[in-house]
Design a protein around this ligand. Structure first.
Ligand code: UDP
Length: 387
């Protein structure tokens, strides 16, 4: 075998590990991916009739406050000055998201200043004001009060998760800032932007190294090739970024995942919605949001008479579906602990990435976690002769 290490999965986590080990340690790294393309869910491609870059697995917005991750990402791509902003439709009106003073004043037909708005929300959060709730429902109400929660979060979350918000972790909603200013930037991070030549060019540059080999359409669990689980274990160290429950043949039961379905359309208009992402907060439509990809790259020379939109639907993943978001109910967390114990027992295998750790990782977190795994686990273990 012409490799020192196998990386299963070519998403940001897998490619970061591969690139660092090849470049920094001079190792020969074999990367395999079950899909016909690299990049996992960050993969994008140009829609053929318009040339508009479409994020094949839903909109991916890069943002980070981690200087190391930002510096690392910039080795492979330059970034545009894109700043993400989202609007949401509720009851026939469009409001800015995340919830800010603009949303609050539009919703209450008011002109509150920051202190007045805070006092109002505190009152509307009732007994939950100032507490530290552990589930999404209570956290949502505590953050923005019941009326705003019911308008903007309750139905959207029901569509996205189809799980009782009482059973969802508070962390899901804590991702969204609440601001008592008119700042409607979606992310709080220091650095933000989109890769100038697209995600796929970025991912390809990470993989483009003389000591990295990538084999696509190659499933770790399929015995037909040289890098299958049965042939590799005990022979090569492995960094596995696929679903952790799949690795153990679901011995402790399946972990809950959400999957997404997308409906893409090319429309014969120059602009459909005037903004990259429009959320649909109500339950009158089944989709959660519509992406209009031309707006992610206003600097590009796209056709002015056509546009590409994608409606996003969310549902529980069944076998064969792509897993996107860990549901993470209490039941899932119990199972995860058992899988973590099993994972510790796998001597030559390290688990990483969103699927391998069952964590809601953004791209910058996946890259950051991979850099840490290389420094803290792989480099010492490989120097000592074992993972
Ligand atoms: N959310 C919501 N309404 C919105 C946007 C978000 O209720 O208009 C909730 C929903 O539960 C979602 C969570 O906030 O899962 C996090 O939103 P984010 O935009 O970070 O989700 P992602 O883009 O990762 O799907």
């Amino acid at each position: 075998m012409n490799a020192d290490l196998l990386v299963v999965g070519s998403g940001f986590f897998g490619l970061t590990v591969a690139e660092r080990l090849a470049e920094e340690l001079g190792l020969r790294v074999q990367v395999i991916d079950r899909r016909p393309h690299i990049g996992g869910n960050a993969y994008s491609e140009d829609e053929p009739t318009t040339g508009i870059e479409v994020h094949r697995y839903g909109a991916h917005l890069f943002h980070t406050s981690n200087e190391r991750v930002w510096e690392y990402a910039n080795r492979f791509t330059a970034f545009t000055d894109y700043v993400h902003r989202v609007y949401t439709r509720h009851d026939g009106e469009v409001f800015p998201m995340p919830i800010n003073l603009g949303t609050i004043n539009q919703f209450f037909r008011a002109a509150y200043g920051p202190e007045e708005a805070k006092a109002l929300i505190r009152e509307q959060a009732g007994e939950l004001a100032g507490t530290d709730p552990q589930n999404l429902n209570d956290k949502g109400i505590q953050l923005i009060g019941r009326p705003l929660y019911e308008a903007f979060i309750k139905h959207y979350t029901a569509k996205q998760w189809q799980t009782d918000p009482m059973d969802l972790p508070a962390a899901v909603i804590s991702r969204l800032p609440v601001r008592y200013t008119y700042d409607n930037r979606y992310f709080n991070d220091t650095h933000e932007g989109l890769p100038v030549d697209g995600y796929t060019a970025w991912l390809e540059r990470m993989a483009d190294h003389p000591r990295i080999e990538v084999a696509l359409d190659t499933d770790f669990f399929d015995d037909a090739h040289a890098f299958s689980r049965s042939k590799v274990l005990g022979q090569l160290p492995v960094v596995y970024t696929g679903p952790v429950d799949r690795y153990f043949d679901f011995a402790e039961g399946e972990l809950g995942w959400r999957t997404l379905d997308f409906e893409q359309e090319v429309l014969q208009v120059g602009d459909f919605q005037g903004t990259p992402v429009m959320n649909y907060a109500d339950d009158d439509v089944a989709f959660t949001r519509i992406h209009e990809f031309r707006h992610f790259h206003p600097e590009r020379d796209y056709p002015t008479d056509k546009t590409v939109i994608m409606r996003e639907f969310s549902r529980f993943a069944e076998s064969g579906d792509e897993p996107y978001y860990p549901v993470n109910t209490a039941h899932d967390r119990e199972r995860l602990l058992k899988y973590r114990d099993l994972a510790k027992g796998e001597r030559d295998v390290l688990f990483g990435g969103r699927l391998g750790t069952y964590k809601y990782l953004d791209m910058h977190m996946a890259i950051g976690a991979a850099l840490s795994m290389v420094d803290n686990k792989l480099v010492p273990a490989l120097r000592a002769g074992s993972t």
